[in-house]
Design a protein around this ligand. Sequence first.
Ligand SMILES: [Zn+2]
Ligand SMILES: [Zn+2]
Ligand SMILES: [Zn+2]
Ligand SMILES: [Zn+2]
Ligand SMILES: [Zn+2]
Ligand SMILES: [Zn+2]
Ligand SMILES: [Zn+2]
Length: 305
Amino acid sequence: MGFDPQLFAVKPCSEFLCTVCSEVLDKPMCVCQEGHTFCKACISRWLEKQQTCPTCRCAISQASLRPSRIVETLIGALDVCCHHSAKPNDDDGAHSSVCDSTSGQACAEEPAAKRQRMDNGCSWMGALRDLDGHLQSCGFVPDPCPLGCGASVQRRKLEEHSMCCPKRRVECEHCHEGMPYESLEEHVAQLCPMYLVPCTQKCGQTMPRKQLSAHLSADCPLQPVDCLFMAQGCTVRPRRQSLQQHLSDSAVEHSRLSTERLQALTTEMMGRIDALSKRNAELEGSINGLKLQLMESSRFEMFNV
Ligand SMILES: [Zn+2]
Ligand SMILES: [Zn+2]
Ligand SMILES: [Zn+2]
Ligand SMILES: [Zn+2]
Ligand SMILES: [Zn+2]
Ligand SMILES: [Zn+2]
Ligand SMILES: [Zn+2]
């Protein structure tokens, strides 16, 4: 493939075009006696399928190709625009929206607006042989964002982008932890230990998020707490500020629960004592049996001596 003819400041003459790709010759190779010339890549691909000149059909081979140095030098000296110049079509579209050339009036477009249109593309123009060198430093070449946000950013706008990239490093103003900008909102809304949050029980107090659980478990007047008689079976969970009231309101109920609990415990303990006594009696029986056996066996030994 050759160079896009659109890149050239002046339409290149037809001798500089490759008839295989219809573009301006890149590394031109002369292939036959007639001097027919094609891009090196184009004719190499052509030769893989057929061994004839694409124009005059005479027999050719890889060995008959000769570089056209003069044509290459002449093409290299032609003026081209940068690959990243404003496309003429885009430009015309943008221009006609501000300036209606068919009205017969002189174009009144402000120089600033003109410059803004120029901003759409690189204004570099130079010899084709210098294009590669220019592209090394052209600010309009898009590069992937170095912070990894996935955006493709023109080199000249990298600094501007680094100020608004979602992956740029920022510091949480509350806890001073560093993080990518895209995580900040969630961090503040859900995680930041220093962000001031209102009490979740709506007692009206505000505190750093990391103190909330201590506040709820030790201080908050609206946090439901266990009744002191929970072990006795009271399932009421009054708010901390109402605990004393609950204790005095439910004194009779608590006393009833305590009595019931005591009775249940007593019954359980009596059951255990019964079971232990029974076991004890069984063990005593076995011990007595063993004692008898022992006495009898020692009497038997004495008799034998
Ligand atoms: Zn070609
Ligand atoms: Zn030929
Ligand atoms: Zn450029
Ligand atoms: Zn980015
Ligand atoms: Zn934070
Ligand atoms: Zn509270
Ligand atoms: Zn209670």
